[in-house]
Design a protein around this ligand. Structure first.
Ligand code: ADP
Ligand code: MG
Length: 269
């Protein structure tokens, strides 16, 4: 893998779509691994109580007494305390999620600055010490307080869209939420990137969806489309991303291409 340009400042990107199963987590961890393989420093923040991103990065989020994003949001621990290095890549780091996080959505409500907890926790010195160029935040399938925290902490939103029936269903609501956060909490927030996922070239439908999404989002859509592939779904079971699990596979190549596109598009969007 060739080198990719380091962004002038750390890019913080929230991967959001309140629909479950559209490829948020898969896209987060594989883009992260793709960027890290190119030598960029990447921190994945797992904001889903299921902890699937943590698992795919080879991090045991069920270990007793680990400091997770839950304690980070409550202000009980520092960012540095929660960051773990992925065993698969020296440049890849993760703040894991535990099942405790399921309660956070409610517990956060009564805290001060409840929408700003994650942003305030993202200590710049810690990110600099670890050489983090990208922070990718994997959101849960809802538009609740956890996702709002992710949107306040980021400048960019990346939306994965599955090439399936009703692909754009709910996207209008997502965009309205992004506008609300932008208007009231984080003026810099914008949709920078849309990724088409689970594309099945044998179906006409997949092409129709891809076309419709491109009409809707134009240049924001990466030209790389992620194909549906069983190997992509197998990799997390081995504590790996597809890029480590089967580097030569179509899935790995497509996520490598997508991460390269993301990096080369840079901060202009
Ligand atoms: P989300 O985080 O949006 O809920 P996931 O990334 O967990 O979505 O993906 C949902 C399911 O689809 C998972 O079982 C995952 O392994 C599978 N999956 C995701 N991307 C692909 C792909 N390109 N090919 C095959 N299966 C995929
Ligand atoms: Mg997920």
């Amino acid at each position: 893998a060739g080198e990719l340009p380091r962004p002038p400042a750390t890019r913080v990107i929230t991967i959001a779509n309140q629909k479950g199963g559209v490829g948020k987590t898969t896209t987060t961890v594989n883009m992260a691994a793709g960027l890290a393989l190119h030598g960029l420093g990447v921190l994945v923040i797992d904001l889903d109580p299921q902890g699937n991103a943590s698992t795919a990065l080879g991090i045991d989020h069920r270990a007793p007494d680990i400091a997770s994003v839950y304690e980070l949001l409550l202000g009980e621990v520092s960012l540095a305390d929660t960051i773990q290095q992925s065993p698969n890549n020296d440049h890849l780091f993760c703040v894991p999620a535990t099942l405790d996080l399921a309660g956070a959505e409610i517990e956060l409500v009564s805290l001060v600055a409840r929408e700003n907890r994650l942003r305030n926790a993202l200590d710049e010195q810690t990110l600099r010490n670890l050489g983090i160029d990208y922070v990718l935040i994997d959101c849960p399938p809802s538009l609740g307080l956890l996702t709002v925290n992710a949107m306040v902490a980021a400048k960019e939103v990346m939306i994965p869209i599955q090439c399936e029936y009703y692909a754009l269903e709910g996207v209008g609501q997502l965009l309205r939420n992004i506008e609300l956060v932008q208007a009231h909490l984080n003026p810099a927030l914008h949709v920078s990137t849309v990724v088409l996922t689970m594309y099945d070239g044998r179906t006409k439908l997949a092409d129709q969806v891809a076309e419709e999404v491109r009409r809707h989002f134009g240049e924001k859509v990466l030209s790389t489309i992620i194909p549906r592939s069983v190997k992509v779904s197998e990799a997390p079971g081995f504590g790996m991303t597809i890029i480590e699990y089967d580097p030569g596979s179509r899935g790995a190549m497509s996520y490598l291409d997508a991460s390269r596109e993301l990096a080369l598009r840079g901060v202009a969007r």
